[in-house]
Design a protein around this ligand. Structure first.
Ligand code: TEU
Ligand code: CA
Length: 554
């Protein structure tokens, strides 16, 4: 059984959109300080704040130009020190988002590299053109187009797996690694208690830089030295800080590698995100086209991951949404007819699976997709790039905007609704991005009501901590006759939990749709529901969007 952080839970703050304290329309560190009381009510243990270090903001802070300085639009070092202290007083640990796969092209290191300094050229990945003068290989940027940019003054290309202004660092260079570990120590000394590592499984590139093969995983995913590097980072930076919580963002990872990254015996990371369940509404595995949710795929993917990681002694971090994803309620629930009940059902289906839950700001308020209808409303570099790519590929304006409305990362980045005043109480000025249709209810309304989505999340997090089977029990899927019905048990030491959640507007006869013949009905006790259900027995009917957790004492 895993002890460290086993009952931890994370609240993700997208700093730009959470709370603006000075009226410039951009969320900031002092805004987060004002929101600490609210976050503390929810009952999480850690707050992951998206990047607030010095950055030209081409990718909203995921392009860092100085890892030891605060971006002025977000505040000062003093503000951050106050934030750590005030969070600590509330029992909340601050986690930083560390972007170590790449820097901003405005970083001192990259500027020196471009100016011809050989030492700093070796901090990045510069390559000669191919024989025909083209790119060194066929790798593509995650934001569209080739992953290589030509620098005429050097006669070389540099690698950028993300935007052109996000050059990849060369982790093969021990000096680069030392710089990065020193940066971690700098922030640890300030009292930071956790880190989320951006695309950390992409840091090791095969040194022969082979072409990517269509249909196969890209060569830079889980590259040859990735486990060695992450282990070294963890040993170097965290040995003296054993309480730190580390979360890896593992893009395109597989079960074996995620388990290895998070097996305590590997000494690499505490937990990690995988993204495969985020593809269950893609068409032909393609993000930039319209699609409908495939419940069968969603459930199989999630259950396979939980089961596979558990068998390999890894630790999965569970999430339905983050700043790169559309809103969970719009995607997995019914934001039109049953926002309240479906938001709770969606939460129940996931967060009892085990691992470490990560709740994205606004998810606990039933926030929805933005419903933007014109290009001017978008801000995200990926969305803007793909607008051009889709239009150039021949798609109509209407079709392109419909795809963006479903897929854009800006859906998750609209401003947080604090109350019902100007700009939802987010700012006294003009918000950097308007909220469109994203608001369901404000935080003030949700906190005041006993049966709100917020109250349900708070209660759920508390119950999870009380019922340890939720995080360290054994996950066993329960078979169902409908793909939309999620059912599983968690087998603990003193009790088993059974979780059933209907992710649809259909009504079912419970014992016909869920295989519950194995249950000892005499010992059932209701733990949590979004419905009106008997306390000591399962209901006969599984109503639309009904969700329940029952305990069976051993
Ligand atoms: O995301 C990396 C990543 O692989 C994705 O989630 C990516 O944003 C998505 O697939 C695009 O469709 C991380 C950050 O979370 C993201 O915000 C950054 O833009 C990206 O790294 C680059 O730092
Ligand atoms: Ca501000």
């Amino acid at each position: 059984m895993r002890e460290k952080h086993s009952d931890a839970s994370i609240y993700q703050v997208y700093i730009k959109s959470f709370k603006d304290s000075n009226g410039d329309g951009i969320g900031d560190l002092n805004g987060i300080r004002q929101g600490l009381g609210y976050i503390s009510k929810l009952g999480v243990s850690h707050i992951w704040i998206t990047p607030f270090l010095r950055s030209p903001q081409d990718d909203n802070g995921y392009d860092v130009s100085d890892y030891r300085d605060i971006e002025p639009m977000f505040g000062t070092m003093e503000d951050f020190e106050h934030l750590i202290k005030e969070a600590d007083e509330l029992g909340l640990s601050i986690m930083m988002d560390m972007v170590f796969n790449h820097t901003s092209s405005q970083h001192e290191w990259f500027k020196k590299a471009l100016a011809g300094d050989k030492k700093y050229q070796d901090y990045y990945i510069f390559k000669d053109p191919a024989e025909d003068g083209g790119t060194p290989n066929n790798w593509e940027s995650c934001f569209g187009g080739p992953a290589w940019e030509y620098v005429p003054s050097l006669g070389k290309y540099y690698l950028h797996l993300y935007a052109v202004s996000q050059p990849d660092l060369n982790w093969e260079n021990p000096e680069v690694r030392k710089e990065l570990y020193d940066i971690l120590k700098f922030w640890l000394e300030k009292g930071v208690k956790g880190f989320r590592f951006d695309v950390i499984n992409e840091i090791s590139k095969p040194q022969n830089f082979p072409d990517a093969v269509k249909g196969e995983r890209e060569p830079f995913i889980n590259g040859p030295r990735v486990h060695e590097f992450v282990h070294e980072m963890s040993k170097t930076a965290f040995t003296e800080y054993p309480d730190v919580l580390t979360v890896g963002e593992l893009a395109g990872c597989d079960i074996e590698n995620l388990s290895k990254f998070t097996d305590p015996l590997s000494g690499e990371l505490d937990t990690a995100f995988q993204f495969h369940h985020m593809r269950a509404d893609y068409t032909n595995d393609e993000k930039w086209s319209s699609g409908v949710l495939n419940h069968k795929l969603l459930k199989e993917t999630l259950f396979n991951w939980v089961d596979g990681v558990q068998k390999r002694n890894g630790c999965l971090s569970l999430f339905w949404s983050n700043h790169d994803q559309p809103r969970a309620l719009s995607r997995f629930g019914d934001d039109v007819n049953e926002p309240e009940k479906s938001a709770k059902a969606v939460a129940t289906a996931l967060y009892w699976l085990g691992g470490i839950p990560s709740v994205f700001e606004g998810e606990e308020l039933g926030m929805k997709n933005a419903g933007f209808v014109s290009l001017e409303q978008y801000r995200d570099v990926e969305s803007l790039n793909y607008y051009s790519i889709l239009r150039e590929s021949g798609k109509s304006e209407e079709e392109t905007l419909a795809i963006l409305a479903q897929r854009s990362r800006d859906n998750g980045r609209t401003v947080f609704p604090w109350d019902n005043s100007h700009a939802h109480g987010f700012t006294a000025g003009e918000p950097w991005m308007w909220s469109g249709n994203s608001v369901y209810k404000s935080a003030a309304d949700e906190v005041a009501a006993d049966d709100s989505i917020f109250a349900f999340y708070r209660h759920m997090l508390e119950l999870r901590r009380k019922h340890s089977a939720s995080y360290n029990g054994r996950f066993v899927p329960v078979s169902t006759g409908a793909d939309e019905v999620f059912a599983y048990t968690k087998e603990g030491e003193t009790e088993n939990l059974i979780i059933i959640s209907n992710l649809s507007g259909n009504e079912y006869c419970l014992n016909k749709v869920v295989d519950i013949a194995f249950l000892d009905n005499s010992k059932l006790e209701l733990v949590q529901t979004n419905d009106d259900l008997p306390k000591h027995s399962l209901p006969d009917k599984l109503a639309p969007w009904s969700a329940m957790v029952y305990s069976i004492k051993k």
